[in-house]
Write a new protein. Structure first.
Length: 205
């Protein structure tokens, strides 16, 4: 099972971090060991002092393939969930300065909280969903999946053009603006229309 993540898929988020808006999707991977479920604990490790939340729509593949046509892509999805792509922003910033991969910043243990999946049939249009992240009762992110630069079908088609997708693979589709640091004891509540919500707690290691 692969965890494929999309960077800078919302223009406002790219701008808030001072990044260029890409023409093609930016891909990176998280290891399965970064996954935790609803009600889990996010570990804020000593290696970073700036862990930031990024709420995302997550797609699960029911059937895989190579070079999947965009017109057929949504038929390959068997479920959608709320996810958080947690990022050690200080480590990512340093890696970007040096032209290094983002693996350390993105792939730490517990850095991919994932809610329960709803069947694909519960989401008639994945580009028509409100997406929110609330930390300690304060709304930090409040966006709309229709603002994705590359919609879900296009992402599936693109990813499958460069690597074979397999049943059970996950695609984290990018985050809207409003990312901010998490601190010890923070309660994080993430929700997307029609999907089971996700709640985790952050704890300093």
């Amino acid at each position: 099972m692969k965890i494929v993540c999309i960077g800078r898929n919302y223009a406002a988020h790219a701008r808030e971090l001072g990044n260029e808006i890409p023409d093609a999707p930016i891909l990176f991977l998280k290891p399965p060991s970064s996954l935790i479920g609803n009600g889990g604990t996010v570990i804020l490790p000593a290696v970073t002092q700036d862990v930031q939340h990024e709420v995302e729509l997550v797609v699960r593949l029911g059937t895989g393939g190579t070079n999947i046509a965009e017109a057929d892509a949504l038929a390959h999805v068997d479920g959608y969930a709320v996810g958080l792509d947690l990022t050690a922003r200080d480590l990512q910033t340093e890696a970007k300065k040096k032209g290094l991969p983002w693996t350390l910043a993105k792939g730490l243990d517990t850095f991919a909280p994932l809610g329960d999946f709803a069947p694909a049939s519960a989401v008639p249009d994945p580009q028509a969903l409100r997406i929110r992240c609330v930390v300690r009762g304060e709304v930090r992110q409040d966006g709309f999946t229709g603002d994705m630069l590359h919609p879900v079908a296009a992402l599936i088609a693109y990813v499958s053009s460069v690597m074979t997708l397999e049943p059970g693979d996950l695609i984290f589709t990018g985050t809207p603006e409003g990312v901010s640091p998490l601190h010890d004891g923070d309660d994080v509540f993430a929700e997307i229309d029609g999907l089971p919500p996700l709640r985790v707690t952050a704890r300093r290691a």
